[in-house]
Design a protein around this ligand. Structure first.
Ligand SMILES: [Zn+2]
Ligand SMILES: [Zn+2]
Length: 266
């Protein structure tokens, strides 16, 4: 996969974060985080209609570990990380977990401003440290995800969808880079609006690599990166597939896709 749009250092950092998350996830016991139950709301993601229990001690430990990794990669961050660590009393840790689950980027921007640390830093750490918990939830509910109808967003965690893989005989499975949920989608159907009018769906292949495609829908103006992982890219997690295919997002967005239709026409 062409990765000239992202630097080697960036990719190495993302890989390290992904590996840390795998290690963390092994320490989690599903029954302490989520109770398997019948989902009653079809249009609401799992985490918004169940109670996800975050062990705040563990969450805080991972926030610290991630901070240490970032300092190791970029020693200039040492003071910012020190400030963040000092601020994380029990109340603040709880708030971080709540706000990151609610995608409240504004909260973290304000936090960064008040703590006088790099703007991007608190949200990145808060988000990556919560992901192992979300991945346990998606695993527990994996059989139920395709029945939910959270169009355009992940039925488990609510993240906007943008990535699918082709498996087996060519089944299109949508994967979430955030919670690693995976569910099947009809091959010729827009994953965001459900449009099945083939004339309004187009597929672009990218460069010389037949394994990479962009699906675009003229009905709702969304796009989906489709990666055939049957020969290549097998070992990459959904998160790393997403990072490695950022150039597809750029191509799709340059063509004007990814912005909801109402916003384009207004
Ligand atoms: Zn998700
Ligand atoms: Zn669509």
């Amino acid at each position: 996969m062409k990765s000239s749009v992202i630097s080697k250092e960036y990719l190495a950092l993302q890989t390290d974060i992904s590996n840390l998350q795998k290690e963390w996830q092994k320490k989690l016991e599903a029954s302490t985080i989520i109770e398997k139950q019948t989902l009653t709301e079809k249009q609401v993601p799992v985490i918004a209609q169940t109670e996800v229990v975050i062990n705040l001690e563990q969450y805080k430990e991972w926030v610290f570990e991630l901070g240490d990794l970032l300092v190791e990669k970029d020693p200039k961050l040492i003071n910012d990380i020190k400030t963040i660590k000092e601020s994380l009393n029990d109340g603040v840790v709880k708030r971080w977990a709540d706000e990151v689950l609610a995608f409240n980027q504004l909260f973290f921007a304000k936090y960064a401003e008040e703590a006088n640390v790099a703007q991007w830093l608190p949200y990145l750490i808060a988000e990556h440290a919560i992901r192992p918990f979300l991945r346990v939830v998606s695993e527990v509910f994996k059989e139920d995800l395709s029945a939910l109808e959270t169009k355009g967003s992940c039925p488990c965690c609510g993240e906007p969808i943008r990535l699918a893989v082709l498996e087996g005989k060519g089944s299109k499975m949508i994967v979430c880079p955030r919670c690693e949920a995976k569910w099947q989608q009809k091959r010729l159907q827009c994953s965001s609006c459900g449009n099945e009018d083939h004339k309004k769906l187009s597929y672009y292949t990218v460069e010389e690599d037949k394994n990479l495609q962009i699906e675009v829908c003229e009905e709702c103006n969304s796009y989906m990166k489709i990666i055939d992982t049957r020969k290549k890219y097998k070992k990459l997690t959904p998160f790393l597939l997403d990072v490695n295919s950022i150039h597809l997002d750029i191509i799709a967005q340059e063509k004007g896709f990814g912005i909801p239709k109402e916003e384009v026409s207004s």
